[in-house]
Design a protein around this ligand. Sequence first.
Ligand code: ZN
Length: 682
Amino acid sequence: MTNPLLDFNDLPLFDQIKPEHVAPAVDALLAGAESALQAVTEPAFPAEWTAIAKVLDVASERFSRAWGAVGHLNAVADTPELRAAYNEAMPRVTAFWTRLGSDERLYAKYKAIDPATLNPEQRQAHRNAIRNFVLGGAELQGEAKARFAEIQERQAELSQKFSENALDATDAFAWYAVLEDLDGVPEDVVSAARAAAEAEGKDGYKLTLKMPCYLPVMQFARSSALRERLYRAYVTRASEFGDPAFDNTALIREILALRQEEAKLLGYPNFGELSIVPKMAESADQVIKFLRDLAAKARPYGERDLADLRAFAAEHLGLADPQPWDWTYVGEKLKEARYAFSEQEVKQYFTAPKVMAGLFKIVETLFEVSIQRDTAPVWHPSVEFYRIERAGQKVGQFYLDPSARAAKRGGAWMDDVRARWLRPDTGRLQTPVAQLVCNFAEGVDGKPPLLTHDDVTTLFHEFGHGLHHMLTRIDERDVSGISGVEWDAVELPSQFMENFCWEWDVLAHMTSHVDTGAPLPRPLFDKMTAAKNFQSGLQTLRQIEFSLFDMLLHTRYDAATAQPGDVMALLAEVRQEVAVMPAPEFSRTPNTFSHIFSGGYAAGYYSYKWAEVLSADAYAAFEETAGANGEPSVETGRKYREAILEAGGSRSAMESFKAFRGREPQLDALLRHQGMAEAQPA
Ligand code: ZN
């Protein structure tokens, strides 16, 4: 039997990988990586960068590529068999990486490499490697070392379980509504709900907590009772109020305790400080201060936003005392009244194929590449595959998996399949390959899928990550593209791309009405622009609330003395300080806060805001150099591409930023873009 997971000729054989391939592939690759580790750590093996890479990096890259493919399928085509195979193999995989990252002999070998023999890219990768060894426990001895490994393994299990619980709790909910309940809900959402019920041989309309269903119900359903039903289910997912099998409460406490223990073992006072070490920010305190400064600036705008909502709800919707499940609805109604358009109206112009073509056009123009359809084995018939070329040369390739479906994790993300790398084994350049995953609603009644403007922004965002990964010119694997980029700077290229979703010149070419084919009318665009910063005060405060909660949870919460309920108490305290909108007692949003409990954003959620400062300031350079019709300057595009995208992780984010902008980042552009620069509201 040939195992598709062991085929490294080119792209992963996603169409052939079966759950039964996982264990034997992991066995074989693990053995290969172990013997490579053994070989390079022999005393006689030379302490030379390329010699080590030729043996160890080649073996470990195979391992991570194969395991990456399994993890990817687990995220986008989950089955009980695959999940079992994944979970069965995971402890061995984690244990290996932990061992590799803390191997004293390998650490010594790397330390023995003479930096004078390295080129600048290699030197940066080498510096990162030494730092990661220290953070990976390489300097720990005996019992502490063993305990450190145990902690890593347990954390990996817990974060996987956390994510499963969040998914299962989301999927476990269904409400079969009758048509009268759905008054106000957009037609395409109603059709999809009917189709979902029909597929199960059921009457009525199947409503779920998946975004393409949940959000429009919260925005548009006139029935407050229906909104309340979905809202309660949504904010209590994976908590003590639902199926105990999916409750994440105990997992959160254990994860926090383990992180604290890990930080202490490495000599840091708490996990927050540990988490900052490889980041652009200099300390947890600097982050907390940054968040509190921004909160102070946003607060008056948030208060104004809330007062607007309350006044509108009382006057026009008969809601004297809006409940938590009313705010989204009230917000949508106020937006409609104030700006005289609805998201539904806008959506009719954003058909998926036209949006993709528009996105590709801007990327092609600005970054001097061409994007073409390409072929590769895929995991679902709706998945598309593309290649990026410059001057006839392949630069990179990417998969696009756009639609929401069962057994696919929610949200949107970019993942790397393989990195750009001048391979030490073959001497040939390996081109980068990326995954772009979104969760857009499917088209109904034979029409193309319609995207909300939010969906479009998300697509641009993820594509920005993809460009960072694919347009890099760095040949050293560990600092090419997104690899080696500081976590809190990694959102710069993604958030940067979102700005184009607000440029008339871009939107005019990216829209086509689903029935008439007409582009987005200018008056509607003007209304959208006017509405752009609608409730930006509230939104900013919400992001700061999550960020501050995350950082305080990892600096101030003490797992050793914590009582059950302390996590929620800390959140309540943060809300007291930052939020202006009351949150209900029963809400358990930390229980599905996957970013920090299973996604790598622990003590790092602030990165979104931090990078927003960078991306807004970077985009300001394009505003300053735009043409007469607002078309972006190709020259600025080239400068940006070279300084930020192509440099990847080969130097610090601050150096790259300064290379592009000629100075350190400033807060003004962000506040201005979000309408919080004018004189404070009364
Ligand atoms: Zn992102």
